[in-house]
Design a protein around this ligand. Structure first.
Ligand code: ACO
Ligand code: V55
Length: 286
C-alpha cells in the first residue's frame, strides 16, 4: 500500500493526543507529550478517552495505530502528575483520574470496535504495558527500549500492569523483568512475543502500513468477532468456550451484512475460483 495522503488532523481538547487521518483508512493516533516522553498524565488519559470515543464513530478511521510523538512510545504513568500530584487530591478526584486511565488503557482498548495496532517507536515503561497488551497487534522498532521499572523505585506493577505482563510474557520472562527491572529491546520483545514483529526504526512505519493493508482487507464484522472471541475465551473451560463460540458464530452471521461466508463458500465450492487457505476472499469494492 503506498503512503496515503493525510486528509485531516485532529488535536484532542487538552492537546496531549493528536490524530492523523490517512486517505487509506489508517488513523495514526499519537500520544503527544514528546518533551515528557509521552508519560500518561491525567490530561492525556482524559484525551485518550475522548479520542477513542470519537474514532469509534468516525468512518475515516478503519484501523487505529497507537504510537508516540518523538523518542518515546510512552514512558509509563506520569510520575509527577499521576503519582505525586494525585497523592494530594481528594479520594473522589483520585478515583476519577484512576478511572480515566483504566477506561482507555484496557476497558475501551481490549475489545475496541475497530482494529488496533500498537506501533512502539521508542521508550515503553511500566504503565505502557497495559495499552500494549490491549491493542490487537503490536510492532516495535528494533531499537525501542522496554522495561518494568516499578521495582527499581519502590512500587509494584500496579494498575493492571502485572496482569498485562502475565498475558504478554511467559511465566519465566515476566518474573525476570518484574523482579530485575532490566530493560529489553524491541528485537528482544519480538523474540519473546511481547510484540508480534520488530523492524529497524527507519522502516517501522512502512512495515506497519503493510500490516494495516492486510487488516483493511478483512471484513470488519469478521475481524471484530475473531478478536472478541479470542479475548473472551481466555478464562472459559472447553464446554463453555464451545457453547459461547457457537452463539458468537451465529451473531456474526447476522451482523456481517456483506455475507462474506456464503459468497466465499460459493466461490470455493461451486465456481472453484477461490482457495480460502491461500488468502483473503476478494470482497469487491462496496
Ligand atoms: N513521568 C513523568 N515525567 C517523565 C516520565 C514519567 N514517567 N518520563 C519522562 N519524564 C520527563 C522527565 O521528568 C523530563 O522532564 P523535564 O524535561 O521537565 O525535566 C522529560 O520527561 C525528559 O526525561 P529525561 O529523563 O530527561 O529523558 P531521557 O531521554 O534521558 O530518558 C527515560 C528517557 C529513560 C524514559 C527516562 O525519562 C525515564 O526513566 N522515565 C521514567 C520511565 C519509568 O520508569 N516510568 C514509570 C514506569 S512505572 C509506571 O508507569 C507506574
Ligand atoms: C501503574 C500503577 C498504577 C496505575 C497504573 O505500576 C500503572 C504501574 C498504582 O497505580 O494506575
Amino acid at each position: 500500500m503506498p503512503e496515503g495522503k493525510i486528509i485531516a488532523t485532529h488535536e484532542a481538547k487538552r492537546k496531549t493526543v493528536k490524530i492523523e487521518f490517512e486517505d487509506n483508512g489508517i488513523a495514526w493516533v499519537f500520544l503527544n507529550r514528546p518533551e515528557k516522553r509521552n508519560a500518561m498524565s491525567p490530561a492525556l488519559n482524559d484525551d485518550m478517552v475522548e479520542v477513542l470515543e470519537m474514532l469509534e464513530n468516525d468512518d475515516r478511521a478503519k484501523v487505529l495505530v497507537l504510537t508516540g510523538a518523538g523518542e518515546a512510545w510512552t514512558a509509563g504513568m506520569d510520575l509527577r502528575e499521576f503519582f505525586r500530584a494525585l497523592d494530594k487530591e481528594t479520594p473522589a478526584e483520585q478515583a476519577r483520574q484512576r478511572r480515566s486511565s483504566e477506561v482507555w488503557q484496557f476497558r475501551m482498548l481490549r475489545n475496541y470496535a475497530k482494529p488496533t495496532i500498537a506501533m512502539v517507536n521508542g521508550w515503553c515503561f511500566g504503565g505502557a504495558f497495559t495499552p500494549l497488551a490491549c491493542c490487537d497487534l503490536a510492532v516495535a522498532a528494533d531499537e525501542a527500549v522496554f522495561g518494568v521499572s516499578e521495582i527499581n523505585w519502590g512500587i509494584l506493577p500496579g494498575g493492571v500492569v502485572t496482569k498485562a505482563l502475565q498475558v504478554l510474557m511467559t511465566n519465566r520472562d515476566a518474573r525476570w523483568y518484574i523482579l530485575t527491572g532490566e530493560t529489553f529491546t524491541g528485537k528482544e520483545a519480538a523474540r519473546m512475543g511481547v510484540v508480534n514483529r520488530s523492524y529497524p526504526k527507519a522502516t517501522l512505519k512502512e512495515e506497519t502500513r503493510k500490516l494495516c493493508e492486510i487488516i483493511l482487507k478483512k471484513g470488519p464484522a469478521t475481524y471484530f468477532h475473531c478478536k472478541v472471541a479470542f479475548n473472551y475465551v481466555d478464562g472459559m473451560d472447553w464446554d463453555l468456550a464451545n457453547e459461547w463460540l457457537r452463539g458468537r458464530s451465529m451473531a456474526l452471521r447476522m451482523m456481517d451484512k456483506e455475507n462474506i461466508r456464503d459468497r466465499a463458500l460459493t466461490s470455493f465450492l461451486d465456481k472453484k475460483e477461490y482457495r480460502p487457505g491461500l488468502g483473503m476472499f476478494d470482497r469487491g469494492s462496496k
